[in-house]
Design a protein around this ligand. Sequence first.
Ligand SMILES: C[S@@+](CC[C@H](N)C(=O)[O-])C[C@H]1O[C@@H](n2cnc3c(N)ncnc32)[C@H](O)[C@@H]1O
Length: 256
Amino acid sequence: MADPQTSLAILEGTDLSEDRLSTLDSQVYSVLEDIWTDRSDPANPIARGGGNLKRDKCVALHNLVSAIRPTSTIEIGLFMATSAIVIMAAAQRAGYLGHIAMDPVQSSAMNNAGIKNIEKAGLTPAFSFLEAESCYGLPYIIMNKKMSFDFAFIDASHHFDHTMIEFFYLDRLIPVGGIIGFDDVGVPAVKAAINYVAANRHYACRKTGAFICAVKMAEDSRHWFEFNRFDIPETDQFLSNIYKKTGRPPRLKKYD
Ligand SMILES: C[S@@+](CC[C@H](N)C(=O)[O-])C[C@H]1O[C@@H](n2cnc3c(N)ncnc32)[C@H](O)[C@@H]1O
């Protein structure tokens, strides 16, 4: 695994904009193109658009993972497996041990669409999956497998508590110099979790294209009394934009 300064230099020095996706293996690329093709059909229970990683983010993720050259990778939130396919394709080389993803609804709500995409891309040999929420899947891996990952990607519930739990457990699965990438950093709850990490843990957080990447600089060595304030973003504008876009009012009530 790279030392933390090398990981930071990779984050700061990698060109994330050059689109090299079409240089991917044609079998892999055709699956990605198929995912990005909008064939949304109200009769189809599996949304073809929705939450999968769009092309520009995949370009950045591909360049980032190619530069990191991870030995093993892990991801929270499989969905259509867009990011999983990009991560595995970018990491493929002699010595790459593979990718683990977890998601609680891949079979129940997605008819295994992500797993099927990985099969179509020919990447199944590098892939393992846990149909579980991260709060169960991550401690399961910690307790039962002697594994370590040098790149982790979080694109899951986007709730503050879940994102914090994901960070907490991933920290125990990555070595010093390892990198945790967060997607959807414009979501206030995700940004708040990253702000906590930057203020309270031995991590250096860098804006990396549309993502924020947190590099593990050292193992946790806080005294019991240490706690730093961290910024919690405003939420009103964000909630109002979501409401305008989706027509979905917030369900969270305030209780006295
Ligand atoms: C935005 S999508 C992920 C998109 C995926 N990265 C892609 O590119 O196709 C979010 C996924 O996270 C999953 N998810 C939500 N909460 C989760 C949790 N607590 N643990 C693991 N996965 C979760 C959802 O079921 C959903 O499939």
